[in-house]
Design a protein around this ligand. Structure first.
Ligand SMILES: [Zn+2]
Ligand SMILES: [Zn+2]
Length: 415
């Protein structure tokens, strides 16, 4: 579920409301569009309702890590997937709730973007420990499934901090959102030793959305990770605090009113197994088709959806498009309307490669045990928009005839 976030417009300072996944923030007051860059994790605060008798500087904040994404596991002869959406206390304490439960979704959270009077407890539980725990918890059948474990990947993940405000009154530790007592204050003395003020590096940073190449306005939807310039036909991703041009193409549609869905075409070098060409991929995964000489001349590329969608469908689509790439035709770098926004980052797509190989294998019993010894090294990545024609409830890819349900695609925007 997505959080509703209250923040200040980076241009005019007005209080505005956005969805958590929105990177491109358009201010309804000044009209300026700013793009939030991804340096560090986002920090949110649950709004407190502490009584006025509590001085603001006595309010302190406990960090909870929020993880939202998909976990894929390769175990025995299976590739399993789960959606995970959890918060977990980031300090070791028995006085504080272990999780925030549904509270962040029930209220607007505030983006922590400036110094406030209170102080912050330092995180002492590692993020990876929380992630591993989440993965274990969600693999419901992991207890019963004693088969050997080969690989796990976290994909499409959002990791952020949500702070719970607290205060001490009459020697009792209080939750400042509900004003309920949690424990005797003695239990927090250890925690309070490890505290700090707001750190300047926590402040979110924003970029003006102008094309670095031609100065035109960059285009994109709120949740787009890639912005497009329709004036000079370029695509831009944010890296290290500025926009960087990325190689991209669009395969022209045969039908009018086509929708273009973005895919990361990742050319890889693989070690640990003999797989140097598309032909090798077909052989290794035991695809039921004749491997032709032209398949051996094709580079080894994986086609990973560049948009968020339910994990089962994500994996299916990545597998089928990678196998069906032999039917695709070259594209060109010209813009069109109806480009579906890129909502899955290139780095996340790279994380998915091994799981997609496992999913593609028809001989899972033989291939999955090889996974721990296999490494993927991306050589080149292209963003490719493929044309999908609408056919009833479905969108059908014009060259490969692979389809995706429109409703599933829309639901993916909220993942
Ligand atoms: Zn504004
Ligand atoms: Zn431009």
């Amino acid at each position: 579920m997505e959080l509703t976030v209250q923040q200040n417009c980076p241009s005019c300072g007005a209080a505005i409301e956005v969805h958590e996944a929105e990177r491109l923030v358009q201010c309804p007051f000044c009209g300026v569009r700013n793009y939030r860059i991804s340096r560090g994790l986002c920090r949110f605060v649950l709004p407190d309702k502490a009584p006025d008798s509590i001085p603001r500087e006595e309010i302190f904040y406990a960090p909870y890590l929020r993880f939202k994404g998909n976990v894929f596991s390769c175990k025995g002869r299976e590739v399993q997937q789960r959606v995970v959406d959890i918060t977990h206390l980031g300090v070791e304490s028995t006085s504080l709730p272990p999780t925030l439960g549904l509270r962040p979704q029930a209220m607007k959270v505030l983006l922590l973007d400036q110094e406030n009077a209170g102080y912050f407890l330092r995180q002492s539980v590692k993020a990876i420990t929380i992630l591993e725990k989440a993965a274990q918890l969600t693999m419901l059948d992991s207890e019963q499934n004693q088969e050997p474990f080969y690989h796990r990947a976290y994909i499409g993940e959002t990791i952020s901090y949500i702070y719970l405000p607290l205060y001490i009154h009459d020697n009792i530790l209080h939750d400042a959102v509900t004003n309920k007592g949690l424990a005797r204050s003695g239990s927090t003395i250890e925690l309070e030793k490890k505290r700090c003020r707001f750190q300047p590096q926590w402040r979110p940073h924003f970029l003006a959305t102008l094309c670095p190449s031609c100065g035109g306005a960059l285009d994109g939807e709120g949740d787009s990770l890639i912005l497009s310039c329709h004036t000079c036909n370029t695509s831009w991703e944010e890296a290290g605090g500025s926009f960087r041009s990325i190689p991209w193409q669009r395969v022209p549609a045969l039908h009018r009113d086509a929708t273009y869905l973005p895919f990361w075409k990742i050319e890889v070098q693989v070690t640990g197994v003999v797989m140097e060409s598309f032909g090798d991929f077909l052989r290794l995964t035991n695809q039921p088709l004749v491997v032709r000489p032209e398949h051996d001349r094709m580079p080894l590329c994986f086609w990973i959806p560049a948009f968020k969608i339910r994990p089962r469908i994500f994996l299916n689509l990545a597998r089928s498009m990678t196998v069906a790439q032999r039917h695709l035709v070259p594209g060109e770098a010209t813009m069109a309307g109806s480009l579906h926004p890129v909502t899955l980052a290139r780095t996340e797509a790279v994380q998915a490669l091994k799981t997609v190989l496992a999913e593609a294998a028809l001989n899972k019993r033989e291939l999955l045990p090889l996974l721990p010894g296999i490494s993927f090294h991306p050589r080149a990545t292209d963003l490719v928009y493929l044309p999908f024609a609408s056919s009833g409830q479905d969108l059908v890819q014009e060259q490969t005839m692979l389809s995706v349900a429109g409703a599933v695609l829309r639901a993916g925007r909220a993942l």
